[in-house]
Write a protein that binds this ligand. Structure first.
Ligand code: FAD
Length: 95
């Protein structure tokens, strides 16, 4: 069963005999698995440091690739505010 755990951070990686065995969450729970995909984004320095201290091999990408999606502000307002889109009291500043 797939489970999404909100408000739970991966704080530690468990490794035995050079094989990952699981992760430790900030709520004290352990999730055991032999396969772990980390998708922490660019700014997870705490996780990168933890991996480095554990001796996990890390390699910088030599390139970055992606695509950019742009939406009209009115569309974003509609998704965020529904029938109240356009109401000046619900307008987000700076967007
Ligand atoms: C200001 C700004 C504007 C942008 N505007 C656009 C745009 O208009 N269009 C566009 O296409 N792209 C835009 N981008 C880029 C886009 O946001 C990123 O390319 C995209 O979000 C990267 O997705 P990701 O899943 O790799 O990482 P993220 O979206 O950063 O997701 C990583 C997730 O991992 C979580 N995480 C980190 N460490 C842990 C941990 N130890 N345990 C558990 N969870 C953890 C984080 O909380 C986060 O939720 C923008 C980026 C920024 C900063």
């Amino acid at each position: 069963m797939d489970v999404i755990r909100f408000r739970a951070r991966v704080d530690d990686l468990h490794i035995k005999d050079s094989q990952v065995t699981g992760v430790m969450l900030s709520d004290g729970q352990e999730i055991r698995s032999k396969h772990i995909a980390l998708a922490t984004g660019h700014s997870a320095r705490d996780t990168f440091e933890m991996l480095f201290e554990k001796g996990v091999y890390i390699e910088a990408k030599s390139f970055s690739i992606g695509f950019r999606i742009e939406h009209n502000q009115s569309q974003i307002d509609e998704v965020l505010f529904g029938k109240d889109a356009g109401n000046p009291n619900f307008r987000r500043s700076g967007l």
